[in-house]
Write a protein that binds this ligand. Structure first.
Ligand SMILES: [Zn+2]
Length: 121
């Protein structure tokens, strides 16, 4: 993959990362004036560190995505980006541009979808 493509993808990932983190911060702002009943439902959360709250709020789709983004950025740094985790083939740059966190080439992805219907990439 060309460096220019890599830079473009890295930039996309950074933007995505910012978006996820700023969403999490916004969620935290919303709970600076918390509804006490809600907090009582989650006893430990009320007294926990802000970072734990952040994790809790992020723990679902966004958290998964954030960890994928971080892993992907690390791969770029390590020079391992764009290699299919299943067969070791290069993932097509067009696919990576459309889906920067992809870890499988299109063939393996299709295989996986056949085998694990509904499995989220
Ligand atoms: Zn593959």
């Amino acid at each position: 993959m060309r460096k220019r493509d890599l830079d473009e993808i890295r930039k996309k990932l950074m933007v995505e990362r910012e978006r996820i983190l700023s969403n999490a911060t916004k969620t935290m702002d919303n709970i600076t004036n918390p509804n006490l009943d809600d907090l009582n439902d989650e006893g430990d959360v009320a007294s926990s560190e802000a970072s734990q709250t952040l994790n809790l709020r992020l723990r679902d789709r966004e958290a998964m995505l954030l960890s994928k983004v971080d892993k992907t950025l690390k791969k770029i740094d390590d020079g391992l980006y764009g290699i299919c985790e299943s067969c070791g083939a290069e993932i097509h740059p067009q696919r990576l541009k459309a889906r920067p966190v992809a870890t499988l080439c299109i063939r393996c992805k299709q295989e996986q979808e056949k085998n694990e219907k509904g499995f989220a990439d």
